[in-house]
Design a binder for this molecule. Structure first.
Ligand code: NA7
Length: 490
């Protein structure tokens, strides 16, 4: 380790990319430490995914009191599973309450980050530049919409947009609506629009397993109890109901042959068998792959929605889109006024297409030529003082990503302390450490339920789940303290 001659620094100069949940968290924590920082946000608001997604029915599938910063409980959640606009409001309030807004530059897209002479040199798309000791990439996972390559899509005469580009001016009531895609997004949109559309066609390429859940409204009495005693919130956030469920779910996804997996399979199968009365529809909705192989969908009302007389599940192949609607290969035309593309995201991009150049000209696209990855999802060899939040290989399987980001920050902060204390001026995982981590991770990931034989956004280009493949407890343990022998300090 070089650097014993370094002096402790008064303040680090940090650039955070993104003002979503993770970027706000980083700002709050850096502010507490007295570091200097700016948050560059390409959008015009905080909130990240909750700013971008505004579709009808948008709900977080993690209980609201668990999808909350640990240091900022919110007694005002209206429902057990919070609607998207409330979550957006929560992040807006946090940005104000914690004095983060004045550190954010909105409409500021980072185009390139280049590391040389011991500093990160940042270039924004408007040509302006900045310099920092540290870059925190809090750029999110699902933010590059995937538009389907369906012939004739541009010829559609009605309204058409991706689920992340919802146009509030487009009327919905009494209209003929088509929704392509039945991930969590398509399922939530169809559930919300089934009572509003005159005819609703759900285009389903692969059926989904549906985990039945109940959402319930918190009464004023409930909220009063949350306000007056935070232990009532803690009982939900840290209680056995939530954590027992998370631990069982976690045990199931990391071991496809576990009794916990069998329990999930039994629940979703019973949900299908008991909720869908028409045998023909039931078969259309029956997946041929194992439950939770694709990200498991939690829904209180999807099966009820698709059994309404105005809703039709279309399972045939789409031939093309025409001005009037969607033409199927068998010649059927679904005439539509609105076509919603709930077709997901390019989940493998992470910080890209931003140009990231590390030490000695290392290029992130090259480093990620096989798959995007980072040592323990946080740091990349040759990219000193660059730290990722919710980066590739972080846990994603129905956990609260806020909890994940908070644990990641506790880890990153210990690495930043090395810089603050003058123990080094640059820190990044070593190549050997990343190679060892990836070897172990990939071996384990192939045995998770995500690798059991289906397509999903969890899989990388080689069909390997790009996720944390071990237990939640092992993640918490790994994040407790960095193993410094796995790092190169300069
Ligand atoms: P997902 O879960 O990636 O779902 C995308 C859906 O779109 C899925 O049903 C796909 O079918 C379907 N799709 C994608 N391309 C096409 C084409 N070309 N034709 C027909 N159908 C297509 O995205 P979501 O937005 O629903 O959810 C993403 C995450 O956000 C979710 O997991 C939560 O974490 C929140 P396929 O299954 O590939 O056959």
């Amino acid at each position: 380790m070089a650097g014993t001659e370094l002096e402790p620094r008064d303040r680090l100069r940090c650039v955070i990319i993104g003002a979503g949940m993770a970027g706000l968290l980083a700002g709050i924590r850096l502010k507490e430490k007295g570091d200097q920082f700016v948050i560059y946000e390409k959008g015009d608001k905080v909130g990240g995914t909750w700013r971008e997604n505004r579709y009808p029915g948008l709900t977080c599938d993690v209980p609201a009191h668990a999808y909350t910063y640990s240091f900022a409980p919110n007694p005002e959640w209206s429902q057990f599973y919070a609607p998207g606009p409330e979550i957006q409001h929560y992040f807006e309030r946090i940005a104000d309450d914690y004095g983060i807004r004045e550190h954010i530059r909105f409409g500021a897209e980072v185009a390139a980050c280049r590391y040389f002479e011991g500093l990160w040199h940042i270039t924004l798309s408007d040509g302006s530049t900045d310099v920092a000791d540290v870059v925190i990439a809090a750029t999110g996972v699902l933010h590059h919409p995937r538009t389907p390559d369906i012939p004739g899509l541009d010829s559609f005469a009605g309204d058409c947009f991706h689920s992340t580009r919802w146009d509030d001016t487009v009327p919905l009531d009494g209209r003929r609506i088509g929704v392509i895609g039945n991930g969590s997004t398509g399922v939530q949109i169809v559930s919300a629009l089934s009572e509003r559309a005159s005819r609703l066609v759900h285009f389903q390429r692969s059926p989904q397993w549906i985990m039945p859940v109940q959402n319930f409204i918190y009464s004023e009495t409930d909220r009063h109890a949350f306000r007056s005693d935070v232990s009532n919130i803690d009982a939900i956030r840290f209680g056995q109901d939530y954590w027992g469920g998370i631990r069982r779910f976690n045990a199931a996804i990391i071991d496809a042959d576990s009794p916990e997996m069998a329990e999930i399979e039994a629940i979703v199968l019973r949900n299908l068998e008991e909720s869908v009365t028409d045998p023909e529809l039931r078969e259309k909705l029956r997946p041929s792959y194992r439950a939770a192989c694709k990200r498991l969908i939690y829904s209180p009302n999807y099966y009820a929605a698709v059994q309404r007389p105005n809703v039709f599940i279309e399972t045939g192949p789409i031939e093309r889109v025409e001005p009037e609607g969607v033409r199927m290969r068998d010649g059927t035309l679904h005439a539509l006024d609105l076509l919603v593309l709930a077709t997901g995201f390019h989940a493998d991009r992470f910080v890209r297409p931003m140009i990231m150049t590390g030490r000695d000209g290392a290029d992130l696209n090259q480093a990620w030529a096989v798959r995007p990855t980072a040592y323990y999802a946080i740091t990349i060899p040759d990219f000193p003082n660059l730290f990722l939040l919710n980066g590739p290989t972080a846990p994603v399987g129905n956990f609260s990503l806020i909890d994940i980001a908070e644990r990641q920050w506790a880890y990153i902060d210990q690495l930043l302390d090395l810089l603050r204390q003058g123990q080094c001026s640059a820190v990044a995982a070593s190549h050997d450490a990343l190679a060892d981590y990836e070897e172990r991770r990939i071996t384990a990931a192939r045995h998770t339920i995500f690798g059991s034989g289906c397509t999903s956004w969890y899989l990388d280009a080689h069909g390997v789940p790009l996720t944390w493949p071990w237990s939640y407890d092992r993640f918490a343990e790994a994040m407790a303290a960095p193993k410094l022998s796995d790092f190169e300090l300069a």
